[in-house]
Design a protein. Sequence first.
Length: 232
Amino acid sequence: MRNTGICLVAIILGTLALAGCSRENADWKSATAADTPEAYQQFLQQHPKSANAAQAQTRIQQIAEDHDWQAAAAADTREAYQQFITAHADSKWAQEARIRIENFAQSGAAPAARQPVTGPPATAAAANPPPGQGASGRPAHGAGSKLASTGDHRHFVQLGAFHSKARAESEWQMLAAKYPDDLKSLKPHFVPGRSKSGPVYKLRVSVHSESDAKGLCSRLKQHAQVCVPVTA
């Protein structure tokens, strides 16, 4: 009888243990299905010693990092990326945040417009008109009317700044494949420069006008892709 009682106790304890494991597994499945910090926190409160506890903690941190990264990318400012690095120095997004900060440092404000070459005084120009022009400075009758375009600005958008040309070229290949409608037909330029951390290569693509640059950046920023209009 005594042995029978011991066996019954063992069976009961085993049944309870199985029930507990079954409930824990069900709660973990529910938490992973919801995949929210709240769901994982609830699981940890119910099963603090679970074998899945460490994974739940890690996932909570990952979700927080992803949320903060999306917020930083949406703001797309140097300050937002710096705040992200301060909060998540070891995040998988930290290097990308540093690159984008570098992009802001490299692009800065658009370069000042080049000043047109100052011509001779009006009286001198009238007295000695250049070949092909009348005294008024307008093209002479029959002369070619095509105007020189050397004073026109060249418009670009900057897509990144990298510590080697190979890295910049690799990034271009990735971006051109990722955004073929916007980038595939554009020509990349790998412009050497310097930053506080050493030499960099700025990845730029040329566009026809300032409005094209703004439109391209507007579309790319919808995908959290850094894009800064610049002129040269």
